[in-house]
Design a protein around this ligand. Structure first.
Ligand code: SF4
Length: 253
């Protein structure tokens, strides 16, 4: 009697030696994945230009919402803004910047007192460590001035690329990269400008498709659009002027 193959047997593919999980096989698989990785349709230059034009129509003059009077104050505000709204940060810094007037005041502040001063912004113990560490380094190694390069900014405790990009772009007008915060991450994915979730990779993707002269404004525009229209939950797609260019899965129209 003829034997019938089970479903599993029918679907089974011959297992070659190379397909076993040897380092060579994994390497070959990785390069094959790289070669066939889907290119984001969103990176089409014509489409990107259209997105930038639409953003310019609605957000021509937007800038950072953190209230500050100096690059140093912006640095402190940006550190405080992690996992906190700009609105709350501004309320806290209104009192904070009147009490601590310069990098030295912060550098030699009492950690326990500073913790209480910034407590409403959340994660206040870690933020206190970052603020004290960054301020001390600015006083001791940078003559009391916030450094103006990405490399130097990244040596400050608590400062990663997002914070450094905010300070360089907004305080100094230096376009060293693109600010990638929670809004930029979400919108870059929804607009198919990047399919990554890691901020460094998203920034890399954005730097490839957005012209450098637009990097500073573009991140502010996405942040404003994310706050006002393209919200995390229930984006207001009916009010969005990017709607005709957007094919996000969670569109609401
Ligand atoms: S159409 Fe909707 S999902 Fe797409 S960018 Fe606009 S608000 Fe966001």
């Amino acid at each position: 009697m003829k034997k019938t193959k089970s479903k599993t047997q029918k679907n089974a593919r011959p297992v070659s030696k190379a397909s076993k999980s040897s380092p060579t096989a994994r390497g070959a698989k990785n390069s094959a994945e790289r070669a066939t990785a889907p290119k984001t349709a969103g990176s089409d230059p014509k489409r990107v230009r259209a997105i930038l034009q639409k953003l310019d129509e609605d957000y021509r003059d937007v800038t950072c919402a953190l209230v500050h009077e100096s690059p140093f104050q912006l640095l402190i505000s940006t550190i405080l803004s992690a996992q906190c709204t700009d609105e709350r940060v501004n309320k806290v810094t209104k009192i904070l910047f009147a009490k601590y007037r310069n990098p030295k005041d912060f550098a030699y502040a009492s950690p326990a007192e500073l913790e209480q001063d910034i407590r409403p912004t959340g994660f206040f113990r870690n933020k206190t460590k970052s603020i004290l560490g960054a301020s001390r380094k600015i006083v001791d190694e940078f003559g009391g001035e916030v450094p103006r390069t990405m490399d130097k900014l990244l040596t400050l405790p608590g400062v990663a690329r997002k914070t450094a990009n905010v300070v360089l772009g907004t305080a100094f007008g230096i376009a060293a990269g693109v600010v990638v915060d929670t809004h930029v991450t979400r919108l870059s994915n929804r607009l198919d400008l990047s399919r990554h979730t890691d901020p460094k990779k998203i920034e890399h993707d954005l730097m490839r498709v957005i012209p450098p002269e637009k990097w500073i404004l573009f991140s502010h525009q996405l942040i404003w659009h994310g706050r006002k229209v393209c919200r995390a939950r229930k984006p207001r797609c009916a009010e969005c002027n990017l709607e005709s260019l957007c094919y996000a899965k969670d569109k609401t129209v």
